[in-house]
Design a protein around this ligand. Sequence first.
Ligand code: FMN
Length: 346
Amino acid sequence: MSIQVANLSLDPPVMLAPMAGITDLPFRRLVARFGAGLVVSEMVASGEMVTARPSVQARARVDLGLGSAGLTSVQLAGREPGPMAEAARLVAGLGAQIIDINMGCPAKKVTGGLSGSALMRVPDHALRLIEAVVGAVSVPVTLKMRLGWDSDCLNAADLARRAAAAGVRMVVVHGRTRMQFYKGRADWAAIAAVRGAVTIPVVANGDIASVAAARQALAQSGAAGVMVGRGAQGAPWRLAEIAHALHGTPAPAVPYGAARADLVAEHYEAMLGFYGRDLGLRIARKHLGWYADVAGAEPGLRPALMVAPDPAAALALIRSGFAATDAQSEALAEARAEADAERAAA
Ligand SMILES: Cc1cc2nc3c(=O)[nH]c(=O)nc-3n(C[C@H](O)[C@H](O)[C@H](O)COP(=O)(O)O)c2cc1C
């Protein structure tokens, strides 16, 4: 089972969501290694990209690492059709296999600039932007959006229909409105309206962090695939687990004990190499915290990892702290996290 996007086969139809500050090259590489039909870069600000000096643009080639982390889509954020088209041309030239347009980001920093989900409030303008990007590149263009701006403006289906007519090849819908930010629960059933409006593939997104959730999201939305964001944090094998259960791909070898410590250490060192020591130390902390949460590690491990003063100290903690991880403590931690999420949503 796969999703066909122009000449590309997204197989399995389980994808890693774009997450600014998280889905960098080291993380995408890990997720792709376990197995994913597609991974999406952090959003790239189109205006900054086109005005950057050539040396900075060349750096983007390294940062994006296109071609080295499985089938990769580069997500662009922006407001103006011209710079968006120019940025699309640039990243396609760097090797992006798919260009995704961000119409879902709720952050004030982004919607304040009238990009991200704010584009859903101005559909005619959004269409001009989509047409400019589609016209600028020969690689497929996809669109990621929310259900709408708020509960009075649920226009995802209409926008998807117009986007498909303009040449967009796949739509991803996060089952929340912009005004919900990340509160409550994603409404997978509401995505069915988008599914009914277009013949291009529709992908369901939002709160899909387990096999059971993926099954339910697909059943309720009728979507062709799922996109997983936060569920992959601290668990880069999560997409492969879902793909195995739903689509019969090989089961990922989820590492426990010393193997989990090895994986976390490998990711940690990859981040230090990618960002350099000082920035790497800081950026790695959130990933280490998620690894500790997911593993159901000893309660002292997380805070100790957060204050580890240097890489050697962090690596020693990783070795000792994750060596005792097992499937049972992980299952307990997962049940606890699910109960917490349900309480928070209630
Ligand atoms: C920290 C963070 C950063 C994100 N950055 C982006 C982004 O750059 N572009 C985007 O379209 N969505 C972004 N998102 C939204 C996710 O792609 C996804 O739609 C959302 O988290 C819901 O899916 P999930 O419940 O599986 O995480 C971000 C979400 C988080 C939590």
